[in-house]
Design a protein around this ligand. Structure first.
Ligand code: SF4
Length: 889
């Protein structure tokens, strides 16, 4: 078939929908499309993505090989043709012999280019073949034992060096080098390995970048690749942060990603300095420590090992420890020759991080999985927030730094430091405070203001500063890191005036940092995680990194973002926040440069706003977009979605803001749950629209006695407040259901109260008995009173076309609500043999526009009930069906 394939290598006979998925994916990649692919969880989406995409890649490579062989043949044939030289010109102004000469030269160039490419490809293939066949095993063992000894010695040395007393001369490391020019091309990537590693850098082959949200999702994907028929032939590398991949225990022990990065980079610089000092007599001071795992030959070997066999992060850490080479740098060296690069969102979607990781998107394929919240993720990654306390602290630290090293800093550095101090002072002024005074004792009037970037700069009186030069200075001078080192070294001796608040205020870090922190957890990244985030216990000593992020955000175009100035009583608690309104600007480059982009997810509905906001706004033409959505693999009778418009006593179910708190609504909800718990065996998961409402309704039931009536049927569990307790609650919930199944005379199972968008609405499966019924109480609309949401709505209304009589802002609210609902109800059915009922309690779910936003496979089976009786009868039938099914088992 044209632009396609009929069959695909697959570990088992694929379902029809998997075949259709792979065919659609293959065509999308072949035609260079932007594809939106939806395939419900439990339908084997990852395997379809792997087998579809890798089949295309291998066909593409084969086709390219054949084309170049044909071209080479043609070129060689042309070169061997003998032309008779002639001195006269035929029709053109040039003599024929010149035309022939030019043509021959072009042919020769083409032939030598093709030969060169062919040679490189062959070399690459041979090397991989050799690694895969373990020919090098003997050599590797020998090398390892030699290097073992050397590495142990170096490690010992590095420990000793770290404990050596450090004299004042060490401050050399803290002083910013001379800042010479604004020419970025001279800058070396902050994340690149040392100069000698340049030899290791290879050219980029055509590849697929696969990214997902959490490390556990990435690990699952790698395991699927290992099980696929491509596992033996594919070169795969997984990228992560130093926090994930560092094997130097001395450095890992530092805990926070910023401190690990700082220490690693410092050791690299020491290594570089050492090279420079070779042959030159050491000036003074103790030897500087270097990382023993960062050596060119070992890295090169590990790169080959990584490419020769599919490894997950754990396996790479093990390999790194065995071979004494750094997995972080080895994986970065593996990017150019790898065919499949697996990486978290923020490395791919954040331009600076992407470049630093050595990722080139030109003509490559990108697959973004779990992409239902892609717009929000892009906005989150590119937003930034600073508190008054952080600003004052940064100002104080930088002032002390420049005072201390005034005589040793070059004029240009002092000029830039002055500018940074000036801008920070302006930001504190906007918050109603003054630098140099304790921000905790400075009071401000409470209020929120939303400003365009230009108005904000004007208000802060910093509109005369060239804000584009400052981020470049930050990047090149590494001032944030130097300042961090300075504060760490001199903390306690007067530096860092406002440290008593450091832990608390650091919880509110700028967007990317916060996102990076949440990614460290294997749990999903949900707003609730961010709220209760306790992970950031030990962050950097200096908030300058956050200041750098904020400065960078201010370079966005005036129309693409807003600055929210939030005054909270004291300067310390007040904040400035950059809000990205147009995430398309940061996605446009990915869409433009890549050959094809696939945006995939279990529930991508509703896609209309997504297309408008992210694709059309980024300049993608309608004809480049292709959509694929498939049903579920479960038989139709395994799912029973019901819309309930009224409860058992006939009370209309109206969970609008005005009526949801009335006692009669809360009582009716209790009665619905009680009836459901009577007939549904195993686990029932009940989602409330917010933590606040969940708290109110549960305390109402407590007072009315409804809660104890529910507890007579099922053991009640509640979503924990802290993310680290989720696992414990889940395992108790699961154990309780197992116990109840084993003892049919007692409780019928367990009931879990959860919150939409909370810790249990994403990334957690309620498969089989854990979720035989999911109840959705009301509609989880976002808080429309939030100034940030209002700003986003008015931005969309101004910039996007109206659709079907609805304003884009209104559509955003409805889509956010239904996306959250779809995520929550999608928790229950997780595989082909699973079955569950879904009860949507609110008459508003019956509206056709709302129903249309459910995933296709749920929508087509949903029935709407204006009275409770028939709905309950349907549920009882399900029970009958389930019992029958259980008897059969
Ligand atoms: S080079 Fe690698 S192992 Fe060494 S400190 Fe840096 S990340 Fe850690």
């Amino acid at each position: 078939m044209e632009n396609g394939r009929d069959t695909f290598p697959f570990p088992y006979q694929p379902y029809n929908i998997q075949e259709q998925f792979m065919q659609a994916l293959y065509s999308a990649l072949d035609q260079g499309k932007v594809g939106i692919f939806e395939s419900p969880t439990g339908t084997g989406k990852s395997l379809s993505l792997i087998c579809g995409a890798l089949s295309w890649l291998s066909d593409f490579e084969e086709k390219r090989k054949q084309e170049s062989a044909a071209l080479l043949h043609e070129g060689e044939a042309a070169l061997s043709t003998v032309t008779v030289p002639s001195s006269t010109s035929s029709s053109s102004a040039e003599p024929d012999w010149i035309t022939d000469f030019v043509k021959k030269k072009a042919d020769r160039d083409l032939v030598s280019k093709l030969k060169d490419e062919e040679l490189k490809r062959k070399k690459r293939e041979e090397r991989l073949e050799m690694i895969r066949n373990n020919v090098q095993l003997k050599y590797a063992m020998k090398r390892k034992s030699c290097e073992d000894e050397e590495a142990i010695k170096l490690l010992q040395l590095s420990k000793e060096e770290q404990t050596e007393p450090q004299g004042d001369q060490e401050d050399e490391e803290l002083i910013i080098a001379e800042y010479e020019s604004d020419d970025e091309s001279k800058t070396k990537s902050r994340f690149s390995a040392t100069e000698e590693d340049d030899d290791l850098v290879e050219e980029h082959v055509t590849k697929i970048y696969y990214c997902s949200r959490t490390h556990s999702q990435l690990a699952q994907f790698v395991h699927e690749v290992q099980k696929s028929p491509f596992s033996k032939d594919i070169s795969l590398v997984t990228l992560g942060s130093r926090q994930n991949l560092c094997i130097n225990d001395e450095v890992r022990r530092l805990g926070s990603s910023q401190r690990i990065n700082d220490r690693c980079l410092e050791m690299q610089k020491n290594k570089h300095d050492k090279h420079q000092e070779e042959g030159v007599k050491r000036k003074r001071g103790p030897a500087k420590s270097v990382c023993p795992y960062n050596k060119a030959t070992a890295l090169q070997q590990m790169r080959d090992d990584v490419l020769g066999k599919v490894h997950d992060i754990e396996q790479m850490l093990k390999l790194g420890r065995e071979t004494h080479s750094c997995p972080y740098y080895a994986t970065r060296l593996s990017v150019p020759p790898a065919q499949l690069v697996v990486l978290p969102y923020q490395i791919l979607l954040h331009e600076a991080t992407r470049k630093a990781a050595g990722i080139q998107l030109k003509d490559q394929v990108v697959i973004i999985d779990e992409a239902h919240n892609l717009s929000d993720t892009l906005s989150c990654i590119h937003s930034a927030e600073l508190t008054g306390a952080q600003l004052c602290r940064a100002h104080s630290q930088l002032t002390q730094y420049s005072d201390r090293y005034k005589s040793r800093l070059k004029a240009k550095n002092l000029m830039y430091i002055k500018q940074i101090l000036f801008v920070v002072e302006g930001l504190v002024r906007v918050l109603g405070g003054k630098v140099g005074q304790n921000p905790q004792t400075q009071t401000t009037q409470t209020g929120t203001e939303m400003l365009t970037i230009n108005n904000f700069l004007f208000k802060a009186q910093i509109d005369n500063i060239n804000l584009f030069k400052l981020p470049r200075y930050f990047e090149k001078s590494l001032i944030s890191r130097k300042l961090g080192g300075f504060v760490e070294k001199y903390a306690g001796s007067g530096v860092s005036l406002h440290t008593q608040n450091s832990i608390k205020e650091n919880r509110r870090t700028e967007g990317l940092n916060r996102y990076l922190q949440t990614l460290q957890s294997n749990q999903s990244t949900t707003p609730a995680d961010q709220q209760g985030s306790e992970a950031e216990k030990v962050l950097s000593a200096s908030p300058m990194m956050q200041v750098e992020g904020f400065f960078m955000a201010l370079t966005n175009s005036n129309t693409d973002g807003r600055v929210v100035v939030q005054k909270q009583g004291t300067v310390s608690e007040s904040s400035v926040k950059f809000l990205l309104l147009n995430p398309a600007v940061h996605f446009a480059q990915v869409l433009e440069q890549c050959r094809a982009v696939i945006i995939a997810g279990g529930t991508m509905q509703p896609v209309s706003d997504f297309k408008q906001e992210l694709l059309f706004s980024a300049g993608v033409a309608e004809e480049r977009i292709t959509e694929f959505s498939c049903g579920h693999v479960i038989p139709p009778e395994n799912i029973l979605p019901l819309v309930l418009c009224s409860g058992p006593s006939g009370q209309e179910l109206d969970f609008t803001f005005q009526s949801r708190d009335t006692p009669r609504m809360m009582d009716e909800t209790g009665r619905i749950l009680s009836n459901i718990c009577n007939v549904v065996p195993g686990g029932v998961v009940c989602f409330f629209p917010s933590y606040e409402y969940s708290r109110r309704i549960v305390s109402h039931w407590e007072a009315s006695g409804a809660l104890s009536r529910l507890a007579n049927k099922k053991k009640i569990f509640q979503e924990p407040k802290k993310a680290n307790q989720v696992e414990q609650v889940l395992s108790e919930f699961s154990r309780c259901i197992q116990r109840c199944a084993a003892d049919p005379g007692g409780l019928t199972g367990a009931l879990l109260f959860s919150v939409v968008g909370g810790k249990m609405s994403e990334g957690i499966n309620f498969s089989d008995d854990l979720g035989r019924c999911v109840v959705m109480v009301g509609m989880p609309y976002p808080n429309i009173k939030s100034p940030e949401l209002q700003e986003k709505m008015s931005y969309l209304d101004k910039h996007l076309p109206h659709n079907g009589g609805k304003s884009p802002g209104q559509a955003l609210i409805e889509n956010q609500c239904m996306k959250a609902v779809n995520q929550s109800i999608g928790r229950a059915i997780r595989h082909r043999g699973d079955y569950s009922s879904i009860v949507l309690c609110d008459r508003r779910y019956a509206r056709p526009a709302t129903l249309s936003k459910l995933p296709e496979w749920i929508k087509e089976r949903t029935s709407t009930h204006t009275t409770f009786g028939p709905a309950f009868a349907a549920l009882r039938k399900v029970r009958f069906f389930l019992e029958k099914k259980q008897k059969q088992v």
